[in-house]
Design a protein around this ligand. Structure first.
Ligand SMILES: [Mg+2]
Length: 374
């Protein structure tokens, strides 16, 4: 393909899934000289990081890519070589992710095939839909009722984000955390998939984590995600040795090298991988291949716009290491309005998007409405 333009857009939008907070991201519109348009995303989140991402796209990568005949792999290698000066992963990885994702979208459109077919075809007919939520209501009863509502809507699993913005004490008090999971199991029944995402707001020391996760194990949780800061390998290993619950981690890694270090440390059962942060579809596939070789699970992080959700779904369906797929349970403009046919679950299952490339028809009027920069 030969690229004519690479146009970043910084978006700002309120998200009911995050207690109404305004979130930000960077979309990337790529167009070839033949007029084929592809979309990508780099989830930079903060205003200054979004600006830096857009700058790296326009002033760093675009001059290297525009007007040349390039494959997706050649474009990725070109950006990766340039990004060496920016450090490993991080903001350069957001910019690289956005462009790479858009180029895979274009490659699919040129081939007339969905992305999953370009990735070797689906390894699953569908994946179990998980409501990926933040626990933020004032009382435990209200938090349980909210999750029961997701199951009434057909979800068969839930991932609980702890210590988030809102009114809840869940994530800030270990006894409350355990009580909440017990109440939820009693309300949802034995078959419900319950995943616990401690994440960056939870601060547990090693003994607290072991105590909490042991008691949550009695409620048969599917995994404990990011129980410690990602750098605390020794604490992860101690928890791994003390509990039978699978450990998920990796959301704050950016590169194959980072993920490989984590896998070599021997504690991780499920890698969280985001194609809008991990150097794109190409970067995700590199991590997925290494995880496959080592028998480690993979879970796509897809907590932003419909563009990343589509990329994550194609990648998840093409991986032997995936088991579930996360969706935001509450309507949000970057999912429901940004795409003409947003991805939804059907009776608790998610299927491959139809259409070539990512299979997303982006409404450019909605992009323009949410656009706050560069
Ligand atoms: Mg997480």
């Amino acid at each position: 393909m030969r690229l004519a333009s690479l146009t970043p857009s910084i978006l700002r939008y309120p998200d009911a899934n995050d207690f109404g907070r305004e979130r930000m991201t960077v979309l990337l519109r790529a167009e070839t000289v033949d007029g084929v348009v592809g979309w990508g995303e780099g989830i930079a989140m903060w205003p200054e990081a979004c600006k830096a991402t857009a700058t790296i796209v326009s002033e760093g990568f675009a001059p290297l890519l525009l007007g040349r005949e390039l494959s997706v792999a050649e474009a990725w290698a070109t950006m990766k070589a340039q990004a060496w000066w920016y450090g490993e992963g991080g903001i350069a990885g957001f910019a690289l992710s956005a462009i790479d994702m858009a180029l895979w979208d274009i490659a699919g459109k040129i081939a007339g095939k969905p992305l999953v077919e370009l990735l070797g075809g689906p390894r699953h007919a569908s994946l179990k839909a998980i409501a990926s939520c933040h626990v933020n209501k004032a009382t435990l009863e209200a938090c349980v009722a909210e999750v029961e509502g997701y199951f009434a809507d057909g979800f068969r699993g839930v991932k609980l984000g702890f210590a988030k913005k809102g009114l809840s004490r869940v994530g800030f008090d270990p006894e409350t955390d355990v009580r909440f999971v017990r109440m939820l199991r009693a309300a949802l029944g034995a078959d419900a998939e319950i995943l616990v995402d401690a994440g960056n707001g939870v601060v547990w020391d090693r003994d607290t984590a072991i105590s909490v996760v042991r008691r949550m194990a009695e409620e048969n949780i599917g995994w404990i995600e990011e129980p410690f800061h990602p750098s605390r390998f020794d604490d992860h290993r101690a928890l791994k040795a003390a509990v039978a619950v699978p450990i998920a981690a990796g959301e704050r890694e950016w590169t194959l090298a980072g993920y490989t270090r984590m896998m070599e440390a021997g504690f991780v059962d499920v890698l969280g991988v985001d194609p809008a942060r991990v150097e794109g579809v190409t970067g995700f596939r590199l991590v997925d291949a290494e995880a496959t070789r080592r028998g480690v699970g993979v879970n796509a992080h897809a907590w932003s716009t419909a563009i990343t959700t589509a990329a994550s779904l194609h990648l998840s369906l093409a991986s032997t290491q995936t088991r579930v797929f996360e969706l935001k349970p509450h309507p949000v403009i970057v999912q429901t309005e940004l795409a003409e046919a947003p991805i939804r679950h059907c009776d608790g299952s998610v299927f491959a998007p139809q259409g070539a490339g990512l299979g997303v028809t982006v409404r450019e009027d909605v992009v323009a409405r949410l656009r706050v920069g560069p």
